[in-house]
Write a protein that binds this ligand. Structure first.
Ligand SMILES: [Fe+2]
Ligand SMILES: [Fe+2]
Length: 234
């Protein structure tokens, strides 16, 4: 990464986190754990066997307003980025969405007389299923394709542009769920639990949107670059 970026490898890791706490998620998805004292980003990454340029590229992408892939292969490593994306999938599917579901059940009145509560839960389950389909497709089809590409093998049937053209935004349904809760859930005396779930849903929505942006603006162009190279295109 060069000087024009927000964060550099010589910055203290703790300063990055305090500057933008959503980088905590990025850290754990790279497999970095806390407790790094005053170490720099580079030293923390090295000590924990994490590819520093890729971590910084994602951290900068998330924290900067705009990004364009410069066709520079040394900016980040595709395998490290795939690893990050896979871990993010595991986080959403096995941790975040189940946690939101548990909180939802706790917050809404699930007795059979409450139609809105039933609708909310049903809507959530359909949504979670959709996210699972989306992410499992990426884990299985897309990442397998890219792994072969990295070994120099192109495919006749598939390319990254095909993936990109169908890469639908998965946060739309979550917006609808949020609206159902906000607009139609019958008011009770105390809404603390429900508000807490709403905060989680807002966070998840943002997190998913950012995840998709990393795929669209970092991963896809970097893979397209490899494809062009293998096809000897400029
Ligand atoms: Fe993904
Ligand atoms: Fe995706």
């Amino acid at each position: 990464m060069n000087e024009q970026h927000k964060y550099r490898s010589t910055d203290k890791m703790s300063d990055l986190i305090c500057d933008n706490y959503s980088l905590l998620m990025v850290m754990s998805r790279f497999g970095l754990s806390l407790g790094f004292g005053d170490k720099s980003v580079k030293d923390v990454c090295e000590a924990q066997g994490v590819d520093c340029p890729t971590f910084l590229a994602v951290a900068n992408f998330i924290s900067e307003e705009q990004y364009s892939y410069r066709g520079n292969e040394s900016d980040f490593s595709i395998p490290a980025l795939m690893d990050y994306l896979k871990r993010a999938h595991t986080y959403f599917l096995d941790f975040n969405l189940p946690a939101i579901r548990r909180k939802l059940i706790e917050a809404i009145d699930c007795s059979s007389t409450n139609d809105v509560a039933y609708l909310i839960l049903k809507f959530f389950d359909e949504y979670a299923k959709e996210v699972r389909r989306h992410m499992e497709y990426e884990n299985q089809a897309v990442f397998t394709y890219v792994e072969q590409l990295l070994q120099g093998r192109l495919s006749d049937e598939y390319d990254i542009a095909t993936f990109a053209s169908k890469h639908n935004q998965i946060d739309t349904k979550l917006k609808e769920l949020k609206n159902i809760i906000i607009k139609y859930y019958p008011e009770k005396g105390n809404n603390n639990l429900l508000n807490a779930v709403l905060f989680d849903i807002f966070n998840c929505e943002q997190d998913l949107a950012t995840h998709c942006q990393v795929e669209d603006y970092m991963f896809v162009p970097a893979v397209a670059h490899i494809e062009r190279k293998l096809k000897n295109e400029p």
